[in-house]
Each structure stands twice: as structure tokens, then as C-alpha cells.
Design a binder for this molecule. Structure first.
Ligand SMILES: Nc1ncnc2c1ncn2[C@@H]1O[C@H](COP(=O)(O)OP(=O)(O)OP(=O)(O)O)[C@@H](O)[C@H]1O
Ligand SMILES: [Mg+2]
Length: 227
């Protein structure tokens, strides 16, 4: 029996983007792997390349050099549709700003990606996941009728309802007060463990990073510790 490939594997990934002042080297030779079910925190100063690492790892941005593999598939061999198909149901993202669709209720926001993935009973699954994040009573509310912490719990339910194998979370508690940050973090770790997802968590909060099984530190577009 062959072992299944790791959810994420980056080899010597570079990202250089043009700017008015000339090309900017944003990632400079990053080697980074995440094993099945592993939780990794990515820390480092502002501007060190953490969000860029996530963009490239999730296939949202094309690297200038190096290889990104998701579940063993080299993303450079896929077009945008192919990358979207590879991610669907297997890779989810949660951001600092919640990115809910404003004209959909909480339940519709959670159900939408399930429907796109062809799931049956998407509405019932969405309602169940909102229940798990403590928002049963709020399921028919629109995002603007929810607090920041509640919106992020909807985003978390949406991200995990498809039971992805890999969750990227970029400062998921960055816009929340301490109480809500703690609640969202508790739910995120519990639900990630329950679905068996691997987690790549960018955070500035030391206490949150401590909860991951491994920490990597970025500086100047490189991983300087923990790769
Ligand atoms: N589209 C772009 N064009 C040029 N430079 C960019 C672009 N996007 C990001 N950068 C630069 O790349 C560097 C890394 O940015 P990135 O957003 O990945 O940092 P970060 O570690 O996530 O920072 P923060 O902790 O503030 O979120 C920064 O210097 C940023 O200014
Ligand atoms: Mg960032």
C-alpha cells in the first residue's frame, strides 16, 4: 500500500511581483510541508510573507519558481478550473475579514459551497453546522445582522461543513475582541480535530500559535525556523 501524499508540499517556492519601484521578492525559496491532520502555526513580522505563502499554497497566486503540490498534485500542471476542482470540498480558507456573501443568510452562506460541490441536503447540513458553532438561532440572519464573532463562526462553519482535508486560516481572530477570539479559536481547533483536517494557521497571537502542533517562523520571505 502506498502512503497518501501530504496535503501540502512546497519546494523552493519563490514569488516575485512587479511594482512601480521594480520587482519585489515576496517569497524567496520556501520549503514547507504539512502532513495529514497536522496543525501548523505560521508566525513572523508584518510583511514577512505569511499571507503570500497562503495565497500560493492554496493556488490563488502562481509562484514565480518552485513547486506547490496539493494532495500530491503539482498545481502548475493545472489551469484555474483544474485548481478549483482540486480544492473543492478538500481545501477551505478563513480570513481575518469574514468574507461572507452579504445578500445571503448565515445558512445560505454555509450551504452555498456544499451545493456547488453537489452535496445533497446542503441546507440541513448547513443548519447542523450553524448549530455546532452556537448559531442555530441566528441561521436566518444576514451578515450585517451578526456581530464580528458571529460572522467568523459562520465563516468557520462554511469552511468546515464540507469536511475539508486542509484548512488555511489567515489571522482568523485578528478582528475579534479577546472573548470572541478565544471562542472562535476553541471552535476552530475542536472542529478541525473532529473532521481530521490539517490546519495552516497564520497568527500574531503567541497563545494561539502555541496551540498548534508545530510553529514555523517567516522573515523576509523565508521560513527561518521550524520548516
Ligand atoms: N500585489 C503585491 N505587489 C507587490 N508587493 C506585494 C503585493 N502583495 C504583497 N506585497 C508585499 O509582500 C510582502 C509580504 O506581504 P504579506 O501580505 O504576505 O505579509 P504578511 O506576513 O501576511 O503581513 P501581515 O502580518 O501584515 O499580514 C509585503 O512587503 C507586501 O508589501
Ligand atoms: Mg497577512
Amino acid at each position: 500500500m502506498t502512503a497518501s501524499p501530504p496535503p501540502l508540499q512546497l519546494d523552493q517556492v519563490a514569488l516575485t511581483l512587479p511594482s512601480v519601484a521594480g520587482p519585489v521578492a515576496i517569497l524567496r525559496g520556501v520549503d514547507f510541508s504539512v502532513a495529514t491532520g497536522e496543525c501548523v502555526a505560521v508566525v513572523g513580522p508584518s510583511g514577512s510573507g505569511k499571507s503570500s505563502l497562503i495565497a500560493v499554497a492554496a493556488g490563488l497566486e502562481q509562484p514565480s519558481a518552485g513547486t506547490v503540490r496539493l494532495f500530491g498534485e503539482d498545481l502548475s500542471r493545472l489551469n484555474e478550473d483544474g485548481r478549483a476542482r482540486l480544492r473543492r470540498g478538500r481545501v477551505s480558507l478563513v480570513f481575518q475579514s469574514f468574507h461572507l456573501l452579504p445578500n445571503m443568510t448565515a445558512e445560505e452562506n454555509v450551504a452555498a459551497p456544499l451545493e456547488i460541490a453537489g452535496a445533497r441536503n446542503a441546507g440541513a447540513t448547513a443548519a447542523d453546522w450553524l448549530d455546532r458553532v452556537g448559531l442555530h438561532e441566528r441561521r436566518r440572519h444576514y451578515p450585517h445582522q451578526l456581530s464580528g464573532g458571529e460572522q467568523q463562526r459562520v465563516a468557520l462553519a462554511r469552511a468546515l461543513a464540507a469536511r475539508p482535508a486542509l484548512l488555511f486560516a489567515d489571522e482568523p481572530t485578528g478582528n475579534l475582541d479577546a472573548d470572541n477570539a478565544g471562542l472562535v479559536a476553541d471552535m476552530m481547533f475542536a472542529l478541525v480535530a473532529e473532521v481530521g483536517a490539517a490546519l495552516v494557521l497564520v497568527t500574531h497571537e503567541a497563545a494561539l500559535a502555541e496551540r498548534a502542533g508545530r510553529r514555523v517562523t517567516m522573515a523576509g520571505g523565508r521560513i527561518v525556523n521550524g520548516a
